[in-house]
Design a protein around this ligand. Structure first.
Ligand SMILES: NC(=O)c1ccc[n+]([C@@H]2O[C@H](COP(=O)([O-])OP(=O)(O)OC[C@H]3O[C@@H](n4cnc5c(N)ncnc54)[C@H](O)[C@@H]3O)[C@@H](O)[C@H]2O)c1
Ligand SMILES: Nc1ncnc2c1ncn2[C@@H]1O[C@H](COP(=O)(O)OP(=O)(O)OP(=O)(O)O)[C@@H](O)[C@H]1O
Length: 539
């Protein structure tokens, strides 16, 4: 995206336009001041006794008049371009709202007719694959009082695959289990959903609640469907998967989904596993969140990243079992899988709501920043680096359109707080509790003595641009995968995604985080100083 395009995008709204134009150092021309200067030239010319002047002065005054006119025309042109841009933006937003409403109506009509036909036995029908719908509906719920004590998940969905399944049980309607999330702090599990309240009483600003609290998940109805995701090519994972599927089906009477590769492995093991469900093509993965109550991962952190990447919208709670070497995000031990799953299925459980970043690539040729390629959701980080190029990466960084800095080095990591213990840590970033919302801005080998990592608030949009004078393109990778070339003029936009990844805790979010940095990284491990030796006796 060229700098001139950035300007026009930034000044979409009237307000922003007037602000940017009032700053001469931004290279903008203030139309009001042009009008005044043109008027001043006119007045000057009228006041001056032209008859007594030499030709140079007349030529000069004519030139001044021409310049003032040209400036006025330029300002008028810019103003009309801004007005046009604002009008297009207004139309775009109108169209978008209309589409969302139509989509919503269509869904409700579909669900209503299904309900009328007796297909769905439900009191409250909800669909959650659209965030704006989620928000609208949660508002409705709060109006009807359902949201009083927490966040509820009431999904009543029909299993579309049930028709193709011969088992009579499977022909019944599958209800997605509902659960409630509540926030508690100071070790006390209150049943209230506590909001952060800023109070201005008697002129004093105080906050009633702190924002980072332990989050507890309580099932309102029993989970029925479990998806197991496994690390490939591991014998121990394969053995555990067989045992777990059997136990979940025979003891817990649950529906089990696995990836197609795993289904083949299971059926090769025993034809009894034919009840295990899977999907035929990848397009079905986008509906998984509507069928699955719980996701179990068997592997390391990479398998948790893999699980998160399968859900491009809302993510069901994930129970991560550790069968890798490090396991920052995998607190459950496979030896005790039955006890662990028993307590998770019974609930309530503590969960960590892990924030994700929404990353969009905007090409230089794009007309505006809405014209992007398919976005990526990352649980750890997006990395913009020099790839195979031996030149220094040159990246211009903006935060909500304010210039941050120019990175000159091997690259930059934009990380979630969950990812703070991964690549960002290796590049010198701070370790941050995963429940803290924020975006870590960590350079990779900056060629500067004074570059320190930053942590930005959760609400900002970070824009990383490859400038036109860059000697080489850059590469973006998402949770260490899917590399994308960023040519000169291309940009990467990154903001907090609306769909976090809920992962079950062994104890609670804080305890699990501290355990992982102690056990996984041996953080601040040092022999304790001996008692005997010199002391400060006089203090
Ligand atoms: N120099 C580095 O430290 C470096 C370089 C490249 C990638 N990575 C990390 O690897 C991740 C991809 O993981 P993978 O398992 O698919 O690849 P992988 O198999 O190469 O494993 C990378 C290592 O990072 C660990 N890891 C992953 N997420 C973590 C987290 N949130 N906290 C602590 N450790 C974590 C894993 O346990 C593993 O040991 C990327 O998202 C990136 O963060 C790190
Ligand atoms: N279900 C899956 N399908 C395809 N690839 C997967 C799947 N699960 C994990 N992977 C990939 O396999 C790789 C290794 O996975 P993972 O990190 O879980 O194991 P590990 O390396 O043994 O554990 P650790 O990272 O703790 O050392 C990762 O790159 C991950 O993306």
């Amino acid at each position: 995206m060229s700098p001139s395009k950035l300007d026009s995008t930034d000044s979409f709204g009237h307000e922003e336009a007037s602000v940017s134009c009032s700053k001469p150092e931004n290279g903008c021309v203030d139309s009001l001041s042009i009008f005044h200067s043109e008027k001043a030239v006119e007045e000057l010319l009228q006041q001056t006794p032209v008859a007594g002047m030499d030709e140079h002065l007349i030529e000069f005054s004519e030139a001044l008049r021409t310049v003032a006119k040209a400036l006025r025309r330029a300002a008028e042109g810019k103003a009309s371009a801004q007005a046009e841009a604002a009008e297009w933006k207004r139309r775009y937003e109108l169209e978008r709202t209309r589409n969302i409403q139509m989509e919503r109506k269509a869904r409700m009509a579909e669900q209503f007719s299904a309900e009328k036909n007796g297909d769905i036995d439900c009191e409250r029908v909800k669909n959650s694959d659209n965030q704006s719908m989620l928000q609208n509906e949660s508002n409705e719920y709060s109006e009807t009082g359902c949201m009083k004590h927490g966040i509820w998940s009431h999904e009543v969905l029909r299993d579309r695959e049930s028709d193709s399944n011969s088992n009579a049980d499977r022909n019944k309607i599958m209800r997605k289990a509902s659960f409630k999330l509540s926030w508690w702090c100071n070790g006390e599990n209150g049943d209230q959903h506590k909001h952060d309240i800023v109070s201005f009483e008697r002129g004093n600003i105080t906050t009633a609640e702190r924002s980072s609290k332990q989050i507890s998940l309580k099932w309102e109805s029993d989970p029925q469907t479990v998806l197991i995701l496994t690390k490939p090519n591991s014998v121990s994972v394969r053995i555990l998967c067989v045992q777990m599927v059997r136990w979940l089906r025979e003891r817990k009477k649950l529906n089990v989904y696995v990836e197609p590769r795993v289904k083949v492995e299971l059926v090769a093991e025993s034809s009894n596993f034919s009840y295990v469900q899977t999907w035929k093509d990848d397009s079905e993965i986008s509906h998984l969140h509507m069928k699955v109550d719980l996701v179990i991962t068997l592997g390391g952190d990479g398998t948790v990243l893999w699980a998160a990447s399968m859900f491009k919208g809302p993510v069901p709670p994930i129970v991560p079992f550790s069968l890798g070497s490090l396991g920052f995000m995998t607190p459950f031990h496979s030896e005790h899988f039955k006890d662990c799953l028993d307590s998770v299925l019974r609930g309530p459980i503590s969960i960590t709501l892990r924030h994700r970043l929404l990353c969009r690539v905007v090409r230089d040729a794009a007309k505006n920043e809405y014209e992007t390629e398919e976005p990526f959701l990352v649980l750890n980080e997006v990395t913009i680096d020099r790839g195979i190029s031996s030149y220094l990466t040159n990246l211009e960084c903006y935060c909500d359109n304010s210039f941050v800095t120019c990175v000159q080095g091997d690259g930059l990591i934009l990380s979630t707080t969950s990812g703070s213990t991964a690549y960002s840590l290796a590049a010198g970033g701070s370790m941050v509790h995963p429940q803290v919302p924020g975006i870590l801005f960590t350079p990779i080998c900056p060629h500067s003595l004074s570059f320190r990592p930053l942590i930005l608030p959760e609400h900002v949009t970070v824009r990383i641009m490859v400038p036109f004078n860059s000697r080489s393109p850059a590469w973006a990778s998402f949770d260490g995968k899917d590399r994308k070339l960023l040519a000169a003029g291309d940009a990467l936009l990154c903001s907090m995604a609306p769909w976090p990844v809920p992962t079950a805790c062994q104890v609670d979010s804080t305890n699990d985080f501290l355990r992982s940095i102690h056990d996984g990284l041996h953080w601040n491990l040092r022999k304790t100083q001996s008692f005997d030796g010199p002391r400060d006796r006089d203090l």
